[in-house]
Write a protein that binds this ligand. Structure first.
Ligand SMILES: NC(=O)c1ccc[n+]([C@@H]2O[C@H](COP(=O)([O-])OP(=O)(O)OC[C@H]3O[C@@H](n4cnc5c(N)ncnc54)[C@H](O)[C@@H]3O)[C@@H](O)[C@H]2O)c1
Ligand SMILES: O=P(O)(O)OC[C@H](O)CO
Length: 325
């Protein structure tokens, strides 16, 4: 199965490295000519994944048309670009493995729903879980959820991507796998705020637990299964991203917690903090589904420029309620 990877950021490069581990040829489409050149000439992606040696069997290209020769395509561009890239990519009969974590602005769709609109004929899988790209590319042990409604295709993909240090766990809950990844990025911003504002470790643990309750309420309303939300792509990724400055979303939150403005923190960023784009979309989707998501609302307020102390005070002043509703 020849793998093509669409997107030469940190995660696309790390996944190309996973797929190329035994000398298997992998095609990697990158938008930046510098990235294409550096990968082909020096087997490194200094822009997005510096300091990691890549397998020589990865061939980078700037030509999307070459993906027509691949048997499966890993789609790893940030969420807001998935629709445009998929429309341009020749897909043929290749399954699409969606690896972005977020919701599309305007439509409020999950990435699999976008892919289904643009490529209704394609089999769709979602790969998600606790996965810092630099650790995966360095061969450190990692486990992910690989969800596909067609379980035979899902198993073939899992077998192809698995290695002694990369363990895909098969699932058929595509929506559930996506909701975990999309929501945890917003919650990670909130946990970063707790860190940046010096609110303490009790507060962070409470936020992870209450955030997970929020993720679960929203997920169940959108048809996710509870066990998926409690698995690698939900709780697993939430714990990772809420506890490390390696997370771009957590780091963004730290800056907000220290009193910096979102627009300054986001200006001129080359790398993506998906939670900043998903937060307002998630708030709208939650309102539509009549799901209470106070942490998400607080993150939206902070991204809109509200004062940290005011937002924290308002969160803590909410009426007392039952832990389980
Ligand atoms: N980095 C990680 O550790 C990691 C792990 C799991 C999932 N993800 C997810 O993978 C997705 C990609 O993130 P990343 O970390 O690889 O990106 P990145 O932050 O390393 O790089 C930004 C990417 O955005 C692309 N880009 C910028 N403008 C674009 C445009 N107009 N059209 C298409 N692409 C454009 C760049 O080419 C580059 O590939 C995100 O949804 C992210 O949440 C990332
Ligand atoms: O750096 P972040 O916050 O985008 O997190 C990266 C991955 O999603 C962690 O699983």
């Amino acid at each position: 199965m020849k793998i093509g990877v669409i997107g030469g950021g940190a995660w696309g490069t790390a996944l190309a490295s996973v797929a190329a581990r035994d000398g298997e040829p992998v095609l990697l489409w990158a938008r930046e000519p510098d990235v294409v050149e550096a990968i082909n000439a020096g087997h490194e992606n200094p822009l997005f994944l510096p300091g990691i040696a890549l397998p020589a069997s990865i061939r980078a290209t700037g030509e999307l048309s070459l993906s027509a020769a691949c048997d499966a395509l890993l789609v790893v561009v940030p969420t807001q670009f998935v629709r445009a890239i998929l429309a341009e990519t020749p897909v043929g009969s290749a399954p699409l493995v969606l690896c972005a974590k977020g919701m599309e602005a305007g439509t409020r769709l999950l990435v699999s729903e976008v892919a289904h609109q643009v490529r209704p004929e394609a089999a769709i899988a979602v790969l998600s879980g606790p996965t810092f790209a630099h650790e995966v590319a360095a061969g450190q042990p990692t486990a992910v959820t690989l969800a596909c409604a067609d379980e035979a295709i899902g198993q073939q993909l899992a077998d192809r991507l698995a290695s002694p240090t990369f363990r895909p766990y098969a699932s058929n809950d595509v929506i559930g796998a996506e909701i975990g990844g999309a929501v945890k990025n917003v919650l990670a911003i909130a946990c970063g705020v707790v860190e940046g504002a010096g609110l303490g470790q009790n507060a962070r643990a409470a936020l992870i637990a209450r955030g997970f309750a929020e993720m679960t309420r929203f997920g169940l309303a959108r048809g996710a299964r509870a066990e998926t939300l409690a698995g690698l792509s939900g709780l697993g990724d939430l714990v990772l991203t809420c506890s490390s400055t390696s997370s771009r979303n957590f780091s963004l939150g730290v800056g907000l917690g220290q009193g910096h403005a979102a627009r300054d923190l986001l200006a001129d960023r080359r790398t993506v903090a998906e939670g900043a784009f998903t937060a307002p979309v998630l708030r709208e989707a939650a309102m539509e589904a009549r799901v209470d998501m106070p942490v998400t609302e607080a993150v939206c307020a902070l991204l809109d420029g509200a004062d940290v102390r005011d937002v924290v005070e308002a969160l803590l002043a909410r009426p007392l309620t039952r832990e389980h509703r």
